[in-house]
Design a protein around this ligand. Structure first.
Ligand SMILES: Cc1ncc(COP(=O)(O)O)c(C=O)c1O
Length: 304
């Protein structure tokens, strides 16, 4: 981690190195935190944050699902994101707002503690996430089942979801894969450990519905809207594990991952094992959108 710029903590910008919390911070013990992952792109017209409004809306919705009252308005958080990006001196970065129960009282009940909010930025170059952009990721269907929404609100981007996701990711890596694909408790395809998933079959594009218990990905939504604007459609339907194996193409979407291809699942080659034409086309369209080169989606960019 390159320690550059400042981190916004409860309304103040503090030097990166000094942005510390107490070891008895409630969220550290009980996962009582919600967060966001946002990207700022270095476009030809300057740095721009991608879909800031939607990310901040999701941040507040995640908090609401946990009855957490973020002690700032949405506008204050948006301003703080921009202030932090500016203070980072980075032209492109990954942005991480987090709201968490802080230090004060220990024990399960979170509400005795204050809700702290922080926003950090760091360098995360386009295409940096290892496999998937050019070569195609090798994925394993995880033995860990995605947590069910009856157990906790999986539409919230909450820290507590990520113990499950990390188990899946680590299992995949230990077994020599690049990433995991998680099934839900009905055995249907849910998502990657930190990405949504799409398959292409006979020129049609499919993705699991939100009712599969997945995160409502902002990249997922962006990709669906780009595909629709380009005159095609995405069919939201439950997918079986077998649908993955016989897909012509598989790709995953996420703020960090952007659009990444999957060329192998459980050691079964997907399509011809190469980056497929639809995935390649979509990667190109998505990059045009985030770089402000597609007028139809300029409203998704907040220039700073
Ligand atoms: C579990 C999970 N699914 C999907 C996504 C993709 O969401 P987004 O496109 O909003 O980054 C993420 C990344 O945040 C994630 O953690």
């Amino acid at each position: 981690m390159k320690e550059v710029g400042k981190i916004w903590m409860n309304g103040k910008l503090v030097p990166f190195k000094n942005a510390k919390v107490h070891v008895l911070t409630h969220a550290l013990h009980y996962s009582t935190a919600v967060f966001e992952g946002i990207r700022c792109y270095n476009t030809p017209n300057g740095s721009a944050v991608f879909r800031l409004d939607e990310h901040v809306d999701r941040f507040f919705n995640s908090a609401k699902m946990y009855s957490m009252n973020i002690p700032y308005s949405k506008q204050q958080i948006k301003n703080a994101v921009i202030q932090t990006v500016k203070a980072s001196t980075l032209k492109e970065c990954y942005i991480r707002p987090i709201a968490y129960y802080g230090y004060g009282t220990m024990g399960l009940t979170p509400t005795l503690n204050k809700i702290d909010v922080a926003i950090a930025c760091w360098e995360w170059k386009i295409g940096e996430s290892k496999a998937g952009k050019a070569s195609g990721a090798r994925c394993k269907v995880s033995s860990w089942i995605r947590i069910d929404s009856r157990s906790q609100p999986m539409k919230a981007k909450a820290a507590s979801n990520y113990a499950n996701a990390a188990l899946a990711r680590v299992e995949a890596l230990k077994d020599g894969y690049d990433e995991s694909i998680m099934l839900n408790n009905q055995g249907k395809v849910a998502e990657g450990s930190a990405e949504n998933i799409f398959i292409v079959k006979n020129n049609q594009i499919f993705t699991p519905p939100l009712t599969a218990g997945i995160l409502e990905g902002i990249t997922r939504d962006s990709v669906i809207r780009i595909i629709e604007e380009n005159g095609e459609e995405v069919i939201e339907k439950d997918l079986d594990r077998e649908d993955l194996y016989v897909a012509d193409e598989i790709f995953m979407t996420g703020t960090a991952a952007e659009v990444k291809s999957v060329t192998e699942v459980d050691q079964i080659t997907i399509g011809n094992g190469k980056l497929g034409p639809k995935t390649r086309e979509l990667q190109k369209s998505f990059m045009n959108v985030v770089m402000g080169k597609d007028d139809r989606f300029l409203s998704w960019l907040k220039y700073i």
